[in-house]
Design a protein. Structure first.
Length: 295
């Protein structure tokens, strides 16, 4: 009888231990999920329609974007850091990391030409190489330990062998590593060809301008055959890409056309209310993907 009691007590004790462990695991899992949800809730989203990608970043940091050309093709550098660090460390040569200290997080994106080939493997033998997946795209992650700025990380990949992405990170350790890994998990590709409602409105406004027989601000004839190849809007930054015919009558006519285009699209971006949405609107005009070259 005593043995039965002992056996029963053992079963009860085991049951209590299992229950405690189960409850502990549930509480830990719940706190972990709440922590991840809380972290994501305090993040903002950066979106680039020109190259078709987006990612989330901590709300207490800031985004700085520099649009330029690389090898004659459109490119963009995006930095995530504190305002002071971005201003202090922003590269002056257009080559990320070439001046000053590398930033907390940066993305360099550009369009590959038909003959361009990019090495997306770790180029130095002493780097730690690993493969990850970002939005179903294979990515090479290169980690360098013991460098000038501690542990750094580069993630390099291409989209459809057309767009080249280079993510570079300084101080890839501790809390920074956790932030970067979470940030990379939010990196997504978007449909860069699909126009937003505002972009569609701007396209209509621009095509009305191009349909005029004469330029309203100069009386000159409108050059024939001009096409609006694309329009991209990112907050207060607008990029128009026109066919080469826009340059057919020289720089003066080109500038008159741009003046009409900017006037026709200004209210679509700023709104028609008393207070404008932005302090200014920044326009970039490309001709078949390149900066205009006048004869």
């Amino acid at each position: 009888m005593k043995n039965n009691k002992k056996g029963f007590a053992s079963v009860v004790l085991i049951g209590v231990v299992v229950l405690v462990l189960a409850l502990g695991g549930y509480v830990w899992s719940k706190k972990s999920k709440e922590s991840n949800t809380s972290a994501s809730a305090n993040w903002k989203t950066y979106k680039n329609d020109t190259f078709g990608f987006e990612f989330e970043y901590p709300a207490n940091l800031t985004i700085d974007e520099d649009k330029s050309n690389y090898r004659g093709k459109p490119s963009v550098n995006v930095w995530v850091d504190t305002v002071n660090n971005i201003e202090l460390n922003k590269p002056k040569t257009g080559n990320p990391g070439s001046d000053g200290h590398p930033l907390f997080f940066g993305v360099n994106v550009y369009q590959l030409g038909p003959t361009d080939g990019e090495n997306i493997e770790c180029q130095q033998k002493n780097l730690i190489s690993s493969k990850i997946t970002i939005d179903s795209i294979p990515v090479t992650k290169c980690i360098e330990e013991g460098g000038l700025h501690g542990t750094s990380m580069d993630a390099i990949f291409t989209k459809d062998k057309v767009i080249y992405y280079h993510v570079y990170v300084s101080d890839y350790a501790g809390n920074n590593k956790n932030l970067v890994d979470h940030l990379l998990s939010t990196f997504k590709f978007t449909d860069s060809k699909k126009e937003s409602s505002a972009e569609a409105q701007m396209r209509i406004a621009v095509e009305k301008v191009l349909a005029q027989k004469t330029l309203a601000n100069s009386g000159q004839p409108m050059p024939k055959g001009i096409k609006l190849l694309s329009v991209k809007l990112n907050e207060n930054q607008v990029t128009f890409d026109f066919s080469k015919e826009i340059l057919s009558d020289g720089q003066a006519t080109f500038e008159n056309i741009f003046s009409l285009v900017s006037s026709a699209t200004h209210d679509i971006i700023q709104g028609t209310g008393k207070d404008p949405k932005y302090a200014e609107v920044k326009y970039t005009v490309l001709v078949e993907g390149k900066k205009p070259e006048y004869n």
